[in-house]
Design a protein around this ligand. Structure first.
Ligand code: HEM
Length: 493
């Protein structure tokens, strides 16, 4: 090789390295330089590539069998600082991974408001809880939380849930091969529909259910509105959902005009009646966005978590036996004449409660929630600048080996005589946004597991089916298998 060729080769390599260095620093120059001195108080990290930021490494990790590698990579490069600067979902952001910092972000409403990616914001609706904050949020939460989660409400819903669980399990056991997850999502959707829209018929439920499956795939996707992309399909699904719900709202308003003293029947009626302290009522868009969000949040999470709890038990025979024995004991001690479960019995399910908490931890259905800093705010020694997002990374909190030794292991007995410190266990979030359906969800899961453990078994078709982590943690085959009846007892015993 001549000297000339060596020189040209050298220049090309140097040129490529310079271009790469420039490209790798574009985000830093765009977002950090304008912060002035505050930029020196940012946590360590890496804002990734222009436009896509760190999304490729996020997707790579969450499409691999080891999603923990995403945060582990930051820890490896920058140390155990707990907060890392990144550029994700189109925004400069700070990932928050320690219990203390997560709690700080979740509980400081003066400094933070919701900061969901535009895909979630557009799909849930600007008037849903992802788009509102302060007084507006407080009012609408008060309006909706007690009718969903209060003791009185749960006592009423319990019978409905129980009846539907018994019927569903019996039906599935006669169906041969089913997608267990798909069927569970249908069941939990039926329950949340009962709470919000009990007066509507089967056809409305079926129309909504179809659209939700598509909508959900877009909620965590990148907001690329081009045919073929998940987000594009999800936007279409939202349009259809709005269409169906708009017809329901219009019909209800007409009915109520014709009969102003008509009885309050479900949450839709409560929303139509609602008035804030200034006499302001919700408009159609407000009601529809609340419904879209509640119906979505209220079925996907509990459907997935129920499936995982059953699956973990089924693949650990000793745990299955222990949980089953507890349920048999409860059924045995039931006073004669009492039909079905009571809330008092549910409170006695000590081991099952540990199984559910351990499932919530291992699965961490909401792996991250999003906030936006309203002002420059100091969190655990670092500054989150005004306008930047805070990504509260629950998955790291639940996989911290200091609190949870062997964190990947499903082990309900780790909960024996153990109460996690505040901030170490956040399956339902915290602060003013704490999940308003947490008790309802646990009730649904407990009732399902009670009847499942007493009378049935799950036989998976592909026990080695790989696990997908996006948009939510699930087996790739949606848990294909059979529900077998193993007891000849009356299903309600
Ligand atoms: C296992 C089941 C569930 C899990 C793991 C779960 C998890 C969560 C989490 C982590 C949040 C906090 C979001 C944030 O901080 O921004 C949340 C909020 C929410 N959840 Fe749940 N959830 C479950 C079941 C339910 C159910 C059954 C309902 C409906 C009845 C529901 C309705 C909501 C709503 C409306 C919000 C927004 C609250 C707000 O912004 O004020 N969730 N959920």
């Amino acid at each position: 090789m001549g000297l000339m060729e060596v020189l040209v080769g050298g220049f090309v390599i140097i040129g490529v390295l310079i271009v790469k260095w420039v490209i790798r620093n574009v985000n830093r120059w765009i977002y950090e330089m304008k912060l002035g001195n505050i930029r020196y108080q940012l946590p360590p990290g890496d804002l990734g590539w222009p436009l896509i930021g760190n999304m490729l490494s996020f997707l790579r990790a969450f499409k691999s069998p080891n999603p923990e590698s995403f945060i582990a990579n930051f820890v490896h490069r920058f140390g155990h600082t707990g907060l890392y600067k990144v550029h994700m979902f189109g925004n400069p952001s700070i990932i928050v991974t320690t219990p203390e910092a997560c709690r700080r972000v979740l509980t400081d409403d003066d400094a933070f408001k919701p900061g969901w990616p535009s895909s979630t914001f557009n799909l849930m609706g600007r008037k849903s809880f992802v788009g509102i904050f302060d007084e507006e949020h407080k009012w609408q939460r008060k309006l909706t939380a007690a009718p969903v989660n209060g003791f009185e409400a749960l006592t009423i819903y319990m019978k409905y849930i129980e009846g539907n669980v018994i019927t569903a399990l019996e039906k599935w056991s006669n169906m041969g091969q089913i997608e267990f997850l798909t069927e569970l999502r249908r069941l939990t959707f039926k329950i949340i529909m009962h709470i919000f829209l009990s007066s509507e018929g089967e056809h409305v439920r079926e129309a909504l259910e179809r659209e939700y499956t598509v909508l959900n795939c877009g909620v965590r996707a990148m907001a690329i509105n081009i045919p073929g992309f998940a987000y594009h399909k999800a936007l279409k699904a939202r349009k259809n959902l709005v269409g169906v719900l708009q017809r329901v709202v219009t019909k209800r308003r007409e009915e109520r005009r014709g009969n102003p003293s008509s009885q309050k029947r479900d949450m839709m009626d409560a929303l139509l009646d609602a008035e804030d302290e200034h006499g302001r009522k919700l408009d159609d868009e407000g009601i529809i966005d609340i419904l879209i969000m509640y119906l979505n949040a209220g079925h996907e999470s509990s459907g997935h978590t129920t499936m995982w709890a059953a699956l973990f038990l089924q693949s650990n025979p000793d745990m299955f036996q222990r949980a089953k024995a507890e349920q048999e004991e409860i059924a045995r001690n039931r006073p004669p004449g009492q039909k079905g479960l009571t809330l008092k019995e549910i409170r006695k399910m000590d081991y099952l409660n540990k199984v559910i908490d351990e499932t919530l931890r291992v699965v961490t259905f909401s792996l991250v929630v999003f906030r936006e800093a309203k002002k420059d705010v100091n969190v655990c020694g670092y500054t989150i600048p005004k306008g930047w997002k805070a990504l509260v990374w629950f998955r790291s909190v639940h996989y911290d080996p200091e609190t949870w030794p062997e964190p990947k292991k499903f082990d309900p007995s780790r909960w024996d005589n153990f109460t996690p410190k505040a901030g170490n266990f956040l399956p339902f979030g915290g602060g003013s946004r704490l999940c308003p359906g947490n008790d309802l969800a646990k009730l649904e899961i407990s009732i399902f597991l009670h009847y499942f453990l007493l009378n049935y078994e799950l036989e998976r078709h592909n026990p080695a089916s790989p696990v997908m982590y996006l948009p939510h943690t699930r087996p790739k085959d949606n848990c294909l298998g059979r529900i077998r009846r193993v007891s000849s007892q009356n299903a309600t015993n």
